[in-house]
Structure formats: C-alpha cells, structure tokens
Design a protein. Sequence first.
Length: 321
Amino acid sequence: MPAQEDNAATRAWQQATADYLEILRVERGLAAHTLAAYRRDLADFAAFAIARQVKPAGVTRPLILAYLHQLQRAGRSRATAARRLAALRGFFRYLAGEGKVEPDPAEGMATPRGGRPLPRVLAVDEVERVLELPHPASPAGLRDRAVLELLYATGLRVSELVGLDLDDLLLDHGLLRCRGKGGKERVVPVAAPAVEATRQYLERGRPALARRPGQRALFLNQRGGRLSRQWVWHLLRRAARRAGVPRAVSPHTLRHSFATHLLAGGADLRAVQELLGHADISTTQIYTHLTRHHLLEAYLRAHPRMAPGDGRPGSGAGGST
C-alpha cells in the first residue's frame, strides 16, 4: 500500500510541476535554463514530500518549515534556502489561484535572512587590465575583444549578451537593444571603446566566422553558431588570468563591477536599476552597500591620519581623544 501511495504522490507532483513550468514558459517567457533551475528546486521539495506520502494538495506550512530545517542541517547555504522558498511560493501561489490548494501554505513565508554576501567586484584598474589585453587581429581575437568591451560597457547578463542579434545594434546612436528576464526589452547605451571594438568585429571578424547567410546572431563561434554562455565564462576566466587578476572572475563579476563603478561615480540608483534591467530597486540597492564598503576600505588604506598598525582610528601612539 505505501508503494501505491508513493506512486500516486509522485504522479501528482510530476503533473502539478509540469503544468506550472508550462505556465512559466508560455506566460512569462522564461528561458530554458531558468525553467531548469525551477524544475530542480521544485523536484527537491517534491522528493521530500513524496517520502512522507504528501501530494501537492496536502502540503502544510509546517512541512515547508521542516524542509527548510532539513536544508539547514544538510549545510545548504541561506541563498539556496531562499531560492527554494521563492520557487515554492510561486508554485503554491499558482496552485491556489487554480483552486488546487486551500489555503496557500507558503503565503507570506519570509525568505531566510542574513549572510547575504556582497557581490564580488573588480577595481577599475583591474577591469582596465582585462580590457587592454592584446588580442590577435584574427576574427576570433576581434570577437573576444568586442565581447569583453560590451560586457563591461553595458552591464548585460551573459545570457543577454549571447542572445544579441545584428538587428539589436544601434551603434550609430551608441545604443543596443537587449531582452532580459521574462523577455522584457530595454535599450542601453554603449561606451565609445565598446562601439569601436564591435565595429571592428563586424567589419573584419564576423564575416569570416559566418557560415550561413541567414545567421542573425551577433557573436559567432568557430562553427558559425551562436556563442554559448559557458564559452563567454571561459573567455573571461582566461582573460583575467592573463591580466594577473588574483581572483575568480565571471561575466557576472563584470556586471557587478559595472553597477558599482557607476554608483561610485555618482550615477542615480534608479538609472542603474534601468540599465541592469532589475524589476525591483531593492535588487539594485545591494550595490550601494558595496560602494560604501569599498569607500571604507579605501579610506582605511589611504587616509594620511590613519595609523599604520591595525587600520583603525586611534590605534597609534597618542590616539586618545
């Protein structure tokens, strides 16, 4: 009998999850890799519920809390727990809207707090070292330079960058159009060095890489297809290593650096929100904390009245006030 109940619970979870993911795909236009992440997160909770012979309609708030507690005991990060809970909130909100659960067991559940790390960013001189690396004047070298310049000039997500088509370029106006999360479109400015690098690639690089006349992707690989996100990640890691940057660097590191450097230069928070394509300004606000953090570090390192000992005011001789 328990085996039959497990099978029934498994089928119920598979059907409910498939229906929800289809809604996300069709109505919200989520990308395949985002849907895959939702599927993994929901499948993990489903396995937890199935082991207790609980179908979606039988989930309670205490069961969700028990699941979050299990994640904590297993050593999962707060970020993982927060992401899983966010997936469950969306899932049960959908089921409640369809009349398949009553009440919504995840409604109002707070995301686990604390410990959110500040994004890793590069200093301006580190970014310049990466961007000023010599590249061969080959089609691939011209492409690589344009990719790196555009990433930092625009703050695009790597998925947005590799998704660019030729029609998205408005280089005469110093602009490009991209499609962000949920297919939301925005137009972002492009700095002059990135415009020039992209023009050079379009004139002398891309024609040699193109294999099919109808290919509209901006950035092409050696086979004439669209570049992958993984390829860009490896390009940036190699470039950072060559530039002597002593830390792990990813495309998102350049995005974080773009936002932080803009705010440090006096840019308006709302403007940075628009440039990054954030739906909620609270997502952008973490960069203000990061900017303050780096300002404090710079102050402690550079202020002439700071004691050389432990980096705190008043730690030198005669430091009392």
